[in-house]
Design a protein around this ligand. Structure first.
Ligand code: AMP
Length: 209
C-alpha cells in the first residue's frame, strides 16, 4: 500500500506516520527529515537547502522530485510506503506519476490555532525524528530522546516568523493538492485535532483496517 499524508505543518503527519508504518509494515519517507539529515551531515544537498528550510520556504521541485525518485527506488520502499511531506506542489504530484503509483491520500485536517500551539512547543529528535511537545509530551530527560537517546532540539523553522511563512506556503502551494486528489477520487480526510491514539484509530478506519 502506497500512501501520501497531506496536511498543514503541525497537523501531525510525522507522528501519525511513525505509528502507522509500524502497524502496517511500510517505509516512512519524510522529505523534511531527509533534508534535515543532509543539513546535519553538511552534505552538498544540505548546504543547498539549509537557508531555504530555515526561512520556511520550499526546496525547488526538481531537487525534491529527484530525491524522492531515488528514495522510492530503494528496497524497503517496495513493501509500500507513507510519504510524509511529499508532494507539496501540483508539479511534484504530476511528476511522481512517472515513477510511482499512489493508492490513497490522507488529508490531516487541523485548525490554525492548534497548529501554532503545536509547532511553537515542538521538539524533534535529531537521530530518529520522533516528535515531542514541551508541555504535554516532554522527553523524560531534558534534551534526550526517550526512544533512541538522540539529541532533542527545537527546529529553526518552528520559530514564529518561519511558521507564518510555512503556513502561507502551505495555503498557496500545497492546499490545492486536496482538491486535486479529491477530484481523482483518492482523498480521505481525517480529523487531526484529537490525541494521536484517536487520530490513529480514525486513520485505520478510513483505510479499511
Ligand atoms: P517538514 O519536516 O515536512 O515540515 O519539512 C521541512 C521543510 O523541508 C519544509 O518547510 C521545506 O522547506 C522542505 N520540504 C520538505 N518537503 C518538501 C517538498 N516536498 N517540497 C519542497 N520542500 C520540502
Amino acid at each position: 500500500m502506497n500512501l501520501i499524508f497531506l496536511g498543514s505543518p503541525g497537523a501531525g503527519k510525522g507522528s501519525l506516520a511513525e505509528k502507522a508504518v509500524k502497524e502496517l509494515n511500510l517505509a516512512h519517507i519524510s522529505t523534511g527529515s531527509i533534508f534535515r539529515s543532509a543539513i546535519a551531515e553538511g552534505s552538498p544537498l544540505g548546504q543547498k537547502v539549509q537557508a531555504i528550510i530555515s526561512a520556511g520556504k520550499l526546496v525547488d521541485d526538481e531537487t525534491t522530485i529527484d530525491l524522492v525518485r531515488e528514495r522510492l527506488s530503494q528496497e524497503d520502499a517496495k513493501k509500500g510506503y507513507i510519504l510524509d511531506g511529499f508532494p507539496r506542489t501540483i508539479f511534484q504530484a504530476e511528476n511522481m506519476k512517472a515513477f510511482s503509483r499512489v493508492d490513497k491520500v490522507i488529508d490531516l485536517e487541523i485548525p490554525d490555532s492548534l497548529v501554532l500551539e503545536r509547532l511553537a512547543n515542538r521538539m524533534v529528535c535529531r537521530k530518529c525524528g520522533h516528535n515531542f511537545h514541551m508541555i504535554r509530551n516532554k522527553p523524560k530527560q531534558d534534551g534526550i530522546c526517550d526512544l533512541c537517546g538522540g539529541e532533542v532540539f527545537h527546529r529553526e523553522d518552528d520559530e514564529e516568523t518561519a511558521i507564518k511563512q510555512r503556513l502561507e506556503v502551505y495555503r498557496a502551494r500545497t492546499a490545492p493538492l486536496i482538491e486535486y486528489y479529491r477530484k481523482k477520487g483518492m482523498l480521505a480526510v481525517v480529523d487531526a485535532s484529537p490525541t494521536i491514539d484517536k487520530v490513529m484509530e480514525n486513520f485505520m478506519a478510513v483505510i479499511g483496517r
